[in-house]
Design a protein around this ligand. Structure first.
Ligand SMILES: [Zn+2]
Length: 281
């Protein structure tokens, strides 16, 4: 019996993968897009206890903005008639993870916008970006979280024209994720990436955390987005799954090997390849 338990434990470990959480912890300080009417409005965050039948339960009434903290923008956020959070197909929520690291560039230029050249350089250095990839910009901005003045690069949060943070250029924005408040750089209030991508049904990720902790390629990203009817966006738990090949990139104490993972990875890549085709022009 002990032998069987030991064997099943080994099988579990062998099938396991390392999981990196790319999500900031959500609380009352999670930055929200500071449009004028929102700035001073507090959130309802009441904990209460109740007794029912024989059980004592703790519950909470929570009020939050759909676009607060690490979250997804549903296509309907900037595309009329676009999908809501509940209608995004699950195939969109799993894909190969690609990290475009522009930390150095963003340090010297807060308005830095990822270019097509950055994507071409990535492909020259690391290989082709697969169709359906979940491409995330790492600008080092996650370190400023949750200080709203720092993440928006502004001392006047009620003035969107004063925002300064990195994003993607229009030509390069075949993407879904950034570690900043918006896929569009702060200096571009016309939201050209939102308007360019979302009519094609592309969900976007904002305030992605921990991008330093995953390799620039080789992870599988899983997006645990809230399935909210008519949700224009919502809190999203973002996981990066790492398999054997990536153990050299990260020194993790809980590193486990995986044999079943490769099949899973190829399968999810296959599903995704039917959904979007990336074209770097
Ligand atoms: Zn948003």
């Amino acid at each position: 019996m002990l032998g069987i338990t030991f064997i099943s434990l080994c099988v579990t470990l062998a099938l396991g993968r390392r999981v990196v959480d790319l999500t900031h912890t959500f609380d009352q300080n999670a930055p929200k897009y500071p449009l004028e009417q929102w700035v001073d409005k507090g959130l309802d965050w009441n904990m209460f206890r109740m007794t029912t039948l024989m059980a004592k339960l703790t519950l909470k009434v929570t009020e939050y903005y759909e676009h607060q903290g690490t979250h997804m923008d549903a296509p309907m956020h900037s595309a009329r008639g676009g999908e809501d959070m509940a209608s995004i197909s699950p195939e969109r929520l799993v894909g190969p993870g690609i990290v475009i690291d522009v930390t150095d560039k963003a340090e010297s230029d807060v308005n830095y916008a990822v270019t097509v050249e950055d994507l071409k350089k990535y492909e020259a250095d690391h290989g082709r970006i697969p169709p359906g990839a979940i491409i995330m910009m790492n600008s080092g901005w996650a370190r400023k979280y949750p200080d709203s003045n720092k993440v928006f690069g502004s001392q006047n949060l009620s003035d969107p024209l004063s925002f300064r943070f990195p994003g993607f250029s229009l030509e390069a924005c075949n993407v879904v994720g950034v570690d900043t408040p918006s896929v569009d750089p702060g200096i571009a209030p016309e939201y050209y990436c939102h308007n360019h991508l979302q009519p094609s049904g592309v969900p976007l990720l904002e305030y992605v955390a921990n991008l330093d902790a995953i390799p620039v390629r080789g992870s599988t990203i899983v997006l645990g987005a809230i399935k909210m009817r008519e949700g224009t966006g919502g809190p999203t738990r973002i996981f990066a799954l790492l398999d054997d090949e990536n153990d050299g990139f990260i020194n993790g104490a809980n590193s486990v090997s995986s044999r079943g993972a490769i099949g899973l990875l190829s399968l999810s890549t296959l599903w995704i390849s039917n959904v979007t085709t990336l074209e770097i022009k």
